[in-house]
Write a protein that binds this ligand. Structure first.
Ligand code: NDP
Ligand code: 2IT
Length: 445
């Protein structure tokens, strides 16, 4: 039994009910097998045993009062997974599907993603099974305040710095930041990222994950002499990541023909009009089917996952985990798809990832391709520490340069280990080595 097989056995036994967590650990360990012979000291110091076990897991009650005066109770999570290279850093997800397995899997991914940015940030993730859909502004605020009334004990600008994820955007971060400041009686802007600009947020943070994804995909295609111009693209999701991926693609002359939300998808052959999507999703907080009110010539279909049946050159899953199942992967390839960029976290199943790699589809892996969000969060932390703010162009240039560097590292690492174009392995290995070196240097802690 190899060292990685032994570790996978331990995780399967200890976390037998956590299917998403087992899924990500399996994907990462598979890539690490090839390098561990070079580092016998890692097995001697049980480095992988420590790497797959969170430093701390916090689970708490979140009671709040709805608009009818009823008391509601949700569950809150924060997984502080690894602080070897910096304070725990990662988003908060508010969605009814949130459970310990999902949060742990996202926190584990975050360790490697944050490492790839080259910035000093460790890995964490949190959230709640709270469903923000259909809630009034007052309900959202009371929930966020209650959530922070417990979370504030465990976070801090040098300890753990949360941000947004599914269901958590600028509005929610604002309410949580307000509550944190009240409880701590201190202005510690660096405790949360994704803040509004007036509250110490960074320009470009809103756009960062989507823009960063397209910078990565642009580099990946360019290394095969392919350009984004004129490409047909299908995007799943219509939230923060999807919207700004679409915006940057359109700037590069690509045509986005479909987007979706959890209820269904829209198909607009002449190209999606992003201003309508922004209005529906960022302002009105409505369903994507409303798009037809603005563009009746488009089509709406209520099976969200069928969005992958639309022929495209490039597929960008930007909604949630396990979105592209093996049947979707086969359909995409049959329809001529040449590249997939993972804007969401773990949007392709392990089976789909293997299928794409085996069939020559270029795959930009989530932990590299969507790292622009957290990288810009780290730039927000820097600006907060320096008590100044950089202009949009400056942050965007830094983001672009970070994404180009991440692409180059994932490509070079894949080549070094004899797997050219396998950016999945490149990202896993490069991300791991930086954290492993830091863990080794810091002894058994
Ligand atoms: P948003 O909440 O802004 O948008 C999420 C989008 O995905 C919505 O269109 C939503 O539809 C859809 N969606 C969510 N859950 C499901 C589901 N179970 N089935 C189908 N559709 C679903 O989130 P973000 O755009 O911020 O996040 C999207 C993905 O990107 C997530 O995987 C997140 O972890 C990842 N990510 C986000 C980063 C960020 O900076 N925000 C950074 C890196 C990764 P509906 O509104 O109907 O629920
Ligand atoms: O998955 C992610 O990288 C995020 N949700 C962003 C995390 C962050 O701290 O900005």
């Amino acid at each position: 039994m190899t060292y990685t097989e032994k570790i996978l056995e331990i995780v399967k036994k200890r976390s037998s009910c956590e299917s998403e967590f087992i899924q990500v650990v399996e994907e990462v360990l598979e890539s690490l097998n090839i390098i561990l012979d070079k580092y016998p000291e890692y097995e001697k110091t049980a480095l992988l045993e420590r790497f797959v076990e969170p430093e701390r897991q916090i689970i708490f009650r979140v009671p709040w009062v709805d608009d009818q005066g009823n008391v509601q109770v949700n569950r809150g999570y924060r997984i502080q997974f690894n602080s070897a290279i910096g304070p725990y850093k990662g988003g908060l997800r508010f969605h009814p599907s949130v459970n310990i397995s999902i949060v742990k899997s996202l926190a584990f991914e975050q360790i490697l993603k944050n490492s790839l940015t080259g910035l000093p940030i460790g890995g964490g993730k949190g959230g709640s099974d709270f469903n923000p859909k259909g809630k009034s502004d007052g309900e959202i605020m009371r929930f966020c305040q209650s959530f922070m009334s417990e979370l504030f004990k465990h976070i801090g600008q040098f300890t753990d710095v949360p941000a947004g994820d599914i269901g958590v955007g600028g509005r929610e971060i604002g309410y949580m930041y307000g509550q944190y400041k009240k409880l701590r009686n201190a202005s510690e802007a660096g405790v949360l990222t994704g803040k509004g600009i007036s509250s110490g947020g960074s320009l470009v943070r809103t756009e960062a994950t989507g823009y960063g994804l397209i910078y990565y995909v642009r580099e990946m295609l360019a290394s095969h002499d392919i350009s984004l111009e004129g490409k047909r693209v299908v995007i799943s999701g219509s939230g923060n990541v999807a919207i700004y991926a679409c915006e940057k693609l359109q700037q590069y002359g690509a045509k986005v023909v479909a987007m979706c939300d959890s209820s269904g998808y829209i198909y607009h052959e002449s190209g999606i009009h992003l201003d309508a999507i922004k209005k529906i999703k960022e302002v009105e907080r409505k369903r994507i089917s409303e798009y037809l009110a603005y563009h009746p010539e488009a089509e709406y279909h209520d099976k969200q996952n069928d969005v992958w049946n639309i022929p495209c050159d490039i597929a960008l899953p930007c909604a949630t985990q396990n979105d592209i199942q093996i049947e979707n992967a086969k359909t995409l390839l049959n329809n001529g798809c040449i590249a997939v960029g993972e804007g969401a976290n773990m949007p392709c199943t392990n089976e789909s990832i293997a299928y794409f790699l085996d069939n020559g589809v270029l795959l930009a892996p989530a932990k590299a391709a969507n790292a622009g969000g957290v990288a810009t969060s780290a730039l927000e932390m820097s600006q907060n520490s320096m008590r100044l703010s950089w202009p949009f162009e400056e942050v965007d240039k830094k983001l672009e340069s970070i994404m180009v560097t991440i692409f180059n590292i994932t490509k070079a690492t894949a080549e070094e280990y004899g797997m050219p174009d396998n950016y999945v392995a490149g990202a896993n290995i490069a991300g791991f080595l930086r954290v492993a070196k830091a863990m080794f240097e810091q002894g058994i802690v």
